[in-house]
Design a binder for this molecule. Structure first.
Ligand code: PMP
Length: 326
């Protein structure tokens, strides 16, 4: 952990201790606070798991020094793992469905990693299988597997959640976070539920995504433009524990697009689509707490802004809704 006020020996020491900032478009009686994760060196929340997973895996002997990590990833995890891998003396290879943003793939390569693309229509499940095949072909290679590795959620249990707790003196009534792997939400939810079992926990996904199937709902699977969260195959999302979640909110791309623009124009946040989905959901939860519809142990709602919109400018995030390419 760092205060960012003294010289640091490595970029790894700059991960975490991100700012927690009030979202002004939320009720004074139930304020929303967002953790700005683009302040990390790889500019996303995934730097936390890159560092945590690789350090722990080296400690445990799950990877040997000089070995290779191969990960199926939509991008931010690749960047986070690539930042950490090089500093920890490891090689990195990423298997990325090709529809994900080109900026992220360029950054992974710049950080010294190899990128293998898979067809978008085959989905994340195929990328996961491909990563395991590649690992089997190489000596001394391991797949950290963020979708099933408990170290992913543990990174947030040990860093993200205690930082929020300390900043708000423990007064956290609700936690709201979009789920990709669900590592962020699960780690943070477990921490705050241990503090107070009544902490209200809300998962967020795009409209058209299938996380609500975990709660027994029927979902019409559709494509969506919001990037980094959601699933089309809940069997892939092994970390998600429905017992840790009070509700799952689905947010439309239109609402996300509008909020991305509003966050920039009104509040100075260059936050990307998953941050905007979190903001929409967190504000709704805050309104419900303010109106007495949700009974939370405290009035404050926390969420995360996982990365920056700059990473998606080539996809037209600030152009019209129709011009925004998902
Ligand atoms: N937002 C973005 C931009 C992401 O890249 C991710 C990770 N896929 C998430 C949100 C979701 O985080 P998690 O995997 O911890 O659920």
């Amino acid at each position: 952990m760092t205060t960012h006020r003294e010289p640091l020996p490595s970029v790894l020491e700059t991960i975490g201790e991100t700012p927690l900032v009030r979202v002004h478009d939320s009720p004074d009686s139930a304020p929303v606070y967002a953790k700005l994760e683009s302040f990390n060196p790889g500019a996303s929340i995934k730097d936390r798991i890159g560092k945590h997973m690789l350090e722990r895996m080296l400690e445990r002997g799950d990877i040997d020094p000089g070995g290779t990590v191969i990960e199926p990833t939509a991008g931010n995890t690749g960047i986070g793992l690539a930042v950490a891998a090089k500093q920890l003396g490891l090689q990195a290879v990423f298997v990325v469905p090709e529809r994900f943003s080109v900026e992220k793939q360029q950054l992974m390569r710049a950080l010294g990693a190899d990128v293998v693309n898979t067809p978008s229509e085959e989905g994340m499940g195929y990328a996961i299988d491909r990563a395991h095949e590649l690992a089997a072909e190489l000596d001394n290679a391991t797949v950290p597997q963020q979708f099933s590795n408990p170290l992913n959620a543990e990174a947030h249990y040990e860093t993200t959640a205690p930082e929020i707790d300390e900043a708000l003196d423990g007064a956290v009534g609700a936690v709201v976070a979009g789920c990709g792997t669900a590592g962020t939400l699960m780690g943070t939810a477990r921490y705050f539920r241990e503090r107070d079992a009544n902490t209200h926990i809300v998962a967020v996904e795009p409209d058209g995504s299938a996380y609500r199937e975990f709660l027994g709902h029927d979902v019409a699977h559709e494509t969506y433009k919001t990037e980094g969260i959601g699933t089309h195959d809940i069997a892939t999302n092994e970390l998600f524990d429905p017992d840790l979640v009070d509700e799952i909110r689905a947010i439309s791309d239109r609402h996300v697009h509008e909020e991305m623009g509003r966050l920039a124009a009104e509040e100075g946040h260059l936050a990307a689509s998953s941050a905007a989905a979190n903001s929409v959901a967190a504000k709704a939860v805050a309104e419900a707490i303010a109106d007495g519809e949700i009974d939370a142990p405290h009035d404050t709602v926390v969420t995360v802004f996982p990365d920056s919109s700059e990473r998606y400018l080539s996809k037209g995030v600030y152009r019209s809704f129709e011009e925004w390419e998902g």
